[in-house]
Design a protein around this ligand. Structure first.
Ligand code: DAH
Length: 374
């Protein structure tokens, strides 16, 4: 009988020696114990239980042993691996529990702490009111249009049928950015004095039918005082289509004041003159406070309308055919109506603001009471 094949004895195969297996096991246990985070433990796990770990490599050696040696070596390696896996699971559970406890502390919210008392800002009533008015028209299918605040004199005046000598062009009213350059009718550049130039721009940009509403800032050379400001806001309305009449204008205006102030509201038109509308009218709306009942009734005076029963809103009229022609629209086929009014004035009577300067100074104590309106 030949001697056992010593070189295949697990004791003799270097990686399978008991003290080697013990060393591998102890190293793994030490590495797990030293891991102080789940990431570190994951690294130790790969190093000590992964396919390239010493114990896995030792395990592979077993296959080459003679049958009688396999069992013993397998038991030894298996027990070491069992101990390693158990230690790993224990450490994993410990570290997860630590993490969960830490998250509970770190992410807790103290609901008894005082809340952030920095007062939030508020939207300016001019902005919110302009949006409300624009929304009334958007819901009727109108489109919001825009134009530049630094405007060509041609759009601000000429296209709108203001004659070359119209007094509104004078320096007393208009901020000129650049005067006309010569005697050949070249256009100067102004800060727009009204939103009406957007009418001309919209007609040049689009093919009729055109239904636009344009809220925006306008400029005039007025001193800032209780009732004037050199920068203020207007809303412009323009509808150009086939067959539009003054009745459409009136109906649209009535709908606007009813949407803004209530179903019992109405408007009235008084003759007026604007170069860009013909006929032109001044539009009044019923006083939304007294509904006209203060008129001739000294027992019930109304501060809002000074007992007149009506409040002046703005200018309007049928678009002058000359404007249509200047913008390339055939006045035989199309007609239109337009309307424009100042927002500041409207806000003054709507909220009893007595001094226009309050609206432009930007003091949040003025703005905040309106700030909730959206
Ligand atoms: N643009 C005029 C102004 O600022 C107001 C105005 C009047 C606008 C009649 C219009 C209109 O659209 O038809 O005083």
């Amino acid at each position: 009988m030949s001697a056992p094949n010593k070189s295949y004895d697990p004791v003799e195969v270097e990686a399978l020696k008991p003290e080697e297996i013990e060393r591998m096991r102890d190293e793994a246990l030490a590495a797990f114990a030293a891991a102080d985070s789940l990431d570190a433990l994951h690294e130790a796990k790969v190093a000590h239980t992964g396919p390239a770990s010493p114990l896995a490599l030792a395990n592979r050696e077993i296959g080459a042993l003679p049958p009688h040696a396999k069992a013993e070596a397998g038991k030894r390696v298996g027990m070491a691996r069992g101990a390693v896996n158990k230690a790993l699971a224990t450490r994993q559970a410990e570290l997860e529990a630590e993490r969960d406890a830490r998250v509970l502390v770190e992410e807790s919210v103290d609901v008894t702490l005082p809340y952030d008392r920095v007062p939030p800002g508020a939207r300016h009533p001019l902005t919110t009111f302009m949006e409300r008015v624009a929304d009334v028209f958007v819901s009727m299918g109108y489109e919001i249009a825009e134009g530049p605040e630094v405007e060509a004199e041609w759009f601000n005046f000429d296209a709108l049928n203001f004659g070359p000598d119209h007094p509104a062009r004078q320096m007393q009213d208009t901020f000129f950015v650049e005067g006309p350059k010569g005697d050949h009718g070249e256009s100067g550049v102004v800060l727009r004095t009204h939103t009406s130039p957007v009418q001309a721009r919209s007609l040049l940009d689009r093919e009729p039918p055109v239904y636009i509403v344009c809220p925006g800032r306008v400029y005039r050379t007025d001193e800032l005082d209780a009732t004037h400001t050199p920068v203020f806001h207007q809303i412009e309305l323009l509808a150009v289509d086939e067959g539009l009449t003054m009745a459409d204008l009136k109906g649209t205006m009535d709908h606007m004041v009813q949407s803004l102030f209530g179903p019992e509201m109405k408007t009235r038109l008084r003759p007026n003159y604007f170069p860009f509308t013909e006929p032109s009218a001044e539009m009044d709306m019923l006083c939304y406070v007294c509904k006209g009942e203060s008129v001739g009734n000294p027992d019930r005076p109304c501060r809002t309308c000074s007992s007149e029963g009506w409040i002046e809103l703005g200018g309007c009229g049928m678009v002058n055919p000359r404007v249509l022609v200047a913008c390339g629209v055939d006045p035989e086929k199309y007609s239109g109506f337009a309307f424009g009014f100042g927002i500041e004035r409207m806000l003054m009577f709507r909220h009893n603001v007595e001094d226009m300067r309050d609206m432009v100074e930007g003091d949040v104590r003025f703005t905040r009471p309106f700030g909730m309106e959206i």
